[in-house]
Design a protein around this ligand. Structure first.
Ligand SMILES: [Zn+2]
Length: 462
């Protein structure tokens, strides 16, 4: 039979029809373009990338242990990740299609897990995501890399304990932190500096490092605090390298928790950015103001904030050796990771990853080592003046330091501060407190040419 539609019109008809197909299909199946696994020492996170928010149902199945994720109307267009041998929880990830186009993703497990799932909105790096957090059902304490309590010394006797320094490399895993113009990720830089600092700390007599994150995985801010509390850390140092809207911003800053509002709008802005890291864990921080005020009250009671300030000042003074500091004074803002009632805590923004020159520095091993060295000097300067009494540092000289958490004002005899005023020189300050010039220099790592009015120096014991 002859075709009734002329060939030209026929091709137009098809073209029109092809155009109409996407419009007529009311709901395209969501496309899953890929997924990745982040492996932490005691949990694994599966992140699934999609072009739309994924409605889903998740449930466990036993014998053998699996997690099932059912997603109506979706298809996998990319690759699912292979499990790594080091992963204690996940054996593999696979997918299949059930009736009516329902997608089923199966996570084959090495042991039964507790799991939670949630969706994440697109950010500057990724699109829509479905996240599944898995932890072992039996909660074994994580094998820490720091020892606590009194340990036998070489002769087998119980001796004074080591100082425990909790080193917290910011971000990790699904949370890259800030991203430099050259593609440098904050999470990689913070880990590199953190590991270098941990090595330096472990080389010191009477000091041990607890590296809170030692790999590329996500850790909630609470988990970071919890690990430090479990190991009874004497100091908590969180390491960051943030971005700022102004590309010219440069230099290091040291922050402590604000008890009465942030020092500046920039400090406020930074704290908000750092706190938003917790969204990766599906946790909303916004309804936690009550918990915060209780924590602040506890911290004030124990003098933790005062000690945070003293330690932060010592660290800031030493950072001047590495390069410019962004703020001459310790800054304050509402960083969630600093809310540890019993451990003096500080957060170091080592440099601005958003500044192209500083981004280059941050990726250099030499600069990272210098930064780690300056942080160590600051930490040592603080503990030389305020050693907790049951530690080797208290026995080393430097006087009987205050108990961790004792008020700085209570312990004026153990350590003093001097606020620099006009006409001050290091020699004059040393004379005033009857201490040697070299002791003053080493406690603060500062030269006469760098003294600034209003800065606080730590005055070591004579
Ligand atoms: Zn950060």
């Amino acid at each position: 039979m002859e075709c009734l539609i002329p060939p030209v019109l026929m091709s137009r008809f098809f073209a029109l029809f092809t155009l109409l197909i996407p419009l007529l299909a009311v709901a395209d199946p969501a496309e899953i373009s890929g997924a990745r696994l982040w492996i932490a020492p005691d949990q694994t996170q599966l992140v699934i990338d999609a072009n739309a928010p994924l409605e889903h149902k998740i449930f466990p199945v036993t014998a053998p242990d699996r997690l099932i994720i059912d997603i109506p109307d979706a298809r996998v267009t990319g690759k699912l990740p292979l499990a790594e041998p080091a992963d204690l929880l996940v054996k593999g990830v696979r997918s299949g299609v059930l009736d009516k186009g329902q997608l089923r993703i199966v996570i084959d497990l090495k042991q039964a897990v507790r799991a939670k799932s949630f969706v994440l909105e697109p950010n500057e790096r990724y699109g829509h995501r479905l996240v599944v957090d898995m932890a072992p059902k039996t909660d074994k304490p994580r094998a820490g890399n720091a020892a606590t309590g009194s340990k036998p010394d070489a002769s087998g006797r119980q001796g004074p304990r080591d100082l425990i320094i909790a080193i917290d490399p910011g971000h990790g895993g699904e949370d890259p932190g800030a991203i430099g113009a050259g593609g440098t990720l904050e999470k990689d830089v913070t880990l590199a500096i953190g590991r270098k600092l941990a090595n330096l700390v472990n080389r010191e007599v009477g000091m041990r490092a607890l590296l809170v994150r030692d790999g590329d995985y996500y850790l909630s801010l609470n988990k970071r605090i919890e690990l430090s509390l479990q190991q009874d850390a004497d100091l908590f140092v969180s390491i960051h390298a943030d971005a700022f809207v102004d590309q010219g911003a440069s230099g290091s800053s040291v922050f402590i928790l604000a008890s009465d509002g942030a020092t500046s709008r920039q400090a406020d802005w930074l704290a908000e950015r750092e706190n938003s890291a917790d969204r990766i864990g599906g946790v909303d921080l916004t309804d936690k103001t009550q918990a915060l005020s209780k924590t602040l009250w506890e911290m004030a009671q124990r003098g933790t904030l005062e000690h945070s300030k003293l330690a932060a000042t010592a660290v800031l003074n030493n950072l001047r050796k590495v390069g410019a500091v962004h703020h001459a004074q310790v800054q304050k803002a509402g960083f969630a990771v600093l809310k540890v009632p019993t451990i003096p805590s500080l957060l170091v923004e080592t440099a601005f990853i958003s500044n192209p020159d500083e981004e280059k520095h941050l990726t250099s091993a030499e600069y990272q080592a210098k930064m780690a060295g300056a942080l160590l000097s600051g930490i040592k300067a603080y503990f030389a003046t305020y050693p907790p009494p049951d530690t080797r540092w208290a026995k080393k000289g430097g006087g009987q330091g205050p108990k961790k958490g004792a008020s700085a004002a209570d312990s004026a005899s153990a350590g003093r501060q001097h606020v620099i005023s006009k006409g001050d020189t290091l020699e004059r300050i040393a004379q005033q407190y009857a201490i040697s010039l070299s002791a003053l220099r080493s406690a603060n790592a500062v030269e006469d040419s760098k003294l600034r009015i209003g800065e606080v120096l730590i005055i070591p014991e004579g």
